[in-house]
Design a protein around this ligand. Structure first.
Ligand code: NDP
Length: 532
């Protein structure tokens, strides 16, 4: 099978099958691998297994282009990123076809994730200067003869390692932000979606020509490890927690800083006063869309006992109404990674063996490649289906006494990526008590589509943030500068300092901070905490 990607440059011998243009990405050192259509097993494209030498060469090329790119400044970079945005928008159907072919997800879902990625590109272009540009800060009274400023400068070359489940949206959360901050990027896509990665790099090359601004290296885990060991200035990793730990260990060899966006086990909480129909709709989409292969997918639900029965009935109806398949009516595609099917099966089977019940689906509906929606109840909290990331279209539903119990159960997990709350009155209050990087109230996954919000987790979900101002700063270093405007009355940084000047300094210090250290004569009122 060969896809028409719509990119009109000459064929890249290292990307056979996709008809991709000639790349300047690393040369093939012999070995190649195929990306396959998970629904049919057809070969989608053939790509090089880039070794350490090829990765190092790509990083060296990126280093050469990084200076040019940084020197373009915010306006120049904004213009280039706008042109790239235009290419992506005009060719969205072609890129969606590559995503569909390599992941199996429905074409419309592929177009949706690309659309959201384009929105992020627009946001970084519009906001990079405001977030990263030079700003003055107060020098303080002691240094009032100075001006003080901070700006956020590009690191140089950023390595990005991405997963296969959202092969455009997820890596773009790092790529777009690293580029807008003034860095060149070398991107290692998942071995399951190399064609998508190559398409992205080649489409940017249409705008910047030979500049090695975004290069793709392809291969397996060893290629990713080679990128971690290369002469990069930061590594942005998105993938599983286990691989994230390996990435961190490898990056430690060179003290290369990392951002780790890892797995999740997101919970959805339904309060007694919630809109139950909306909550069931959101739970169904959050749990089953993309065949459950979503880091911020809903994997567990905690429902107030007053609305539990109605919620379960409505969720079950919705679960029965959608199916996984390769037919046009299928809302769910195949499991992209064959081995994930075994993980899903083991979690469902563990839940059932330990007293759980499948209200919809179950072990029998976990096929070879297609997994039907499964709703599990009465599942013990220490079973795999509740504690570990399943990454399939399954969800556990548990009745709780109140939202305090729901919050405690949510926070008991080792992950802390996203969460969802459905509550008419107490949504924001409950959201703040959940130990997750992001929470959607009365909708699901919406935080990922707001480019101005940081995205990332705590605990086993990783650290660091992509998206938003924090995501831009993640790919920079803070540069602090002071400038003396006039000679100080009291020069503290000289060996010529006199005892009188030391006394003046001590007097000043007491005037400024002395009262703060005084113990209260009367017992203080208890400290007030901010009300929820
Ligand atoms: P993996 O952890 O298996 O792989 C992620 C990437 O790391 C792939 O490109 C992989 O390459 C590469 N890799 C593998 N081994 C190494 C290594 N030793 N050194 C460097 N790189 C390596 O994750 P998946 O691709 O299976 O993606 C699914 C996971 O991603 C889920 O856990 C999901 O929750 C998480 N995820 C997290 C998101 C977030 O923002 N927090 C968003 C999306 C997904 P190769 O494919 O060639 O093995």
């Amino acid at each position: 099978m060969s896809l028409d990607t719509g990119l009109d440059a000459h064929a890249d011998p290292h990307a056979e099958g996709l008809g991709l243009p000639q790349g300047q990405d690393g040369p093939a050192h012999g070995a190649t691998f195929d990306s396959l259509d998970p629904a049919t097993g057809d070969v989608v494209g053939t790509h090089p297994v880039d070794d350490a030498a090829a990765v190092d060469a790509a990083v060296a090329r990126a280093r050469q282009s990084a200076g040019w790119w940084a020197a373009l400044g915010f306006d120049g970079r904004k213009e280039v990123l706008a042109q790239w945005r235009g290419v992506l928008t005009r060719r969205i159907g072609q890129l969606a076809a590559v995503v569909h072919a390599e992941t199996g997800k429905p074409h419309a879902d592929a177009a949706l994730e690309i659309g959201l990625a384009i929105d992020h590109l627009a946001w970084v272009g519009a906001h990079a200067e405001k977030v990263l540009g030079r700003t003055r800060v107060s020098p303080g009274l002691l240094l009032s003869n100075q001006t003080a400023s901070v700006e956020y400068l590009p690191l140089g070359v950023v390595g990005v390692i991405g997963p296969w489940n959202y092969p455009v949206f997820t890596p773009m959360g790092s790529i777009a932000y690293a580029l807008a901050a003034g860095n060149a990027v070398v991107f290692k896509p998942s071995e399951l979606t190399p064609g998508v990665g190559r398409w992205l790099a080649d489409s940017l090359r249409e705008v910047v020509g030979d500049r090695a601004l975004l290069q793709v290296v392809t291969g397996f885990g060893e290629t990713g490890a080679a990128l971690c060991r290369a002469d990069i200035d930061k590594l942005a990793f998105t993938g599983s927690t286990a691989t994230g730990k390996r990435v961190m260990a490898t990056c430690a060899e060179r003290l290369t800083p990392v951002v780790i966006e890892a797995g999740g086990k997101d919970a959805l909480l339904v309060d007694a006063d919630a809109d139950v129909t909306a909550a069931a709709d959101a739970a169904a989409w959050g749990a089953f869309s993309n065949a459950g292969q979503t880091c911020i997918g809903v994997e567990r639900v905690y429902v107030h006992e007053q609305v539990y029965d109605r919620f379960l009935a409505e969720l079950s109806d919705r679960a029965r109404a959608v199916h996984a398949g390769n037919d046009p009516a299928a809302k769910l595609g195949p499991m992209t990674m064959a081995s994930q099917v075994d993980v899903v099966r083991s979690h469902v089977s563990d839940a059932l063996q330990r007293g759980g019940r499948a209200v919809v689906g179950g072990e029998d509906t976990v096929g070879e490649r297609f997994v039907q929606p499964t709703v599990l109840v009465d599942v013990p909290e220490d079973s795999l289906a509740v504690t570990e990331e399943t990454f399939g279209p399954t969800v556990t539903v548990r009745k709780v006494r109140d939202m305090d119990e729901a919050v405690a159960l949510t926070n008991a997990g080792k992950y802390g990526l996203g969460s969802t709350v459905f509550s008419a009155k107490r949504g924001p209050e409950i959201a703040r008590r959940l130990r997750t990087g992001m929470t959607a109230v009365n909708s699901v996954i919406s935080f990922a589509a707001v480019p101005g919000l940081p995205f990332g987790g705590v605990g086993d979900s990783g650290f660091g943030r992509i998206h938003g101002p924090d995501g831009l700063k993640e790919f920079t270093y803070a540069k602090a500068v002071t400038r003396q405007r006039f000679k100080p009355v009291l020069n503290l940084t000289t060996f010529d300092r006199t005892p009188e000047q030391d006394t003046t300094f001590a007097t000043l210090l007491t005037a400024l901070h002395g009262r703060a250290s005084q113990l209260p004569k009367r017992p203080r009122k208890p400290l007030r905490t901010r009300k929820d």
